[in-house]
Design a protein around this ligand. Sequence first.
Ligand code: NDP
Length: 241
Amino acid sequence: MTDTEPPTGRSAVVTGGNKGIGLAIVEHLLAAGHRVASLSRGGDAPAGALGIACDVTDAAQIEAAFKEAEAAHGPVEILVANSGITKDTLILRMNDAEFDQVIDVNLKGAFRVAKRASRSMIRKRWGRIIFTGSVVGLYGSPGQVNYAASKAALIGMARSLTREIGGRGVTANVVAPGFIETDMTAVLPDDVVAGYKAAIPAGRLGLTHEVAATVAFLVGENAGYISGAVIPVDGGLGMGH
Ligand code: NDP
């Protein structure tokens, strides 16, 4: 039997929804009929979404942002923790600040919003939490000790959440993109991109909508039995890992 989305959609929060992969996710969720709040430091959002200025490293800003989102859209039922940064350098040059900043946004930011969102999900006995991970969380990547560690840790978080609150109708999954055409990869030198393309079985970088379509499926009514999973969207680079 197939469930259908509620007629008014669900209340969704996407962090980093103003550009790149997050923007495509917001657009897919809007198209599916959800009521979407997009959190980013600038607070800009595409038409149809509620843009809220929020730095995910600040718990007070997250609390205020969720209050605003819930006043407009009702208790949060869908969370996509997608904000992420890189501070790449080889380990011998990586200082504590570069490690800490990446962990603070990518991992602790995801923890903070998941903690806030799970409150209403547990009460409602329905919820979908998606973390935007990365192929490098399991594959590894030179120069990205901080970033890969932050993304690998999201898997432990999703699986622990699954065990903690899976019985309350809440799923938690990691979508692990490979190399996707966004501002984050636009800064890579041409020879590095050529090297990636040679290693990716699909022979190309991915597109933001390819990640967003996967997220849109995982937050839908029919994905209620998928939890604690790592779903790669990487052109085969990680071979399912
Ligand atoms: P972008 O650089 O285009 O977008 C990053 C997003 O994160 C922006 O919306 C940015 O908003 C937001 N963000 C950064 N810092 C903060 C903060 N402190 N508080 C709130 N929001 C913040 O990157 P992508 O779209 O490429 O990346 C999106 C996610 O996908 C990231 O988690 C990234 O690690 C992951 N990913 C990307 C891949 C790729 O190839 N592009 C591959 C694998 C994973 P603002 O700066 O306005 O605050």
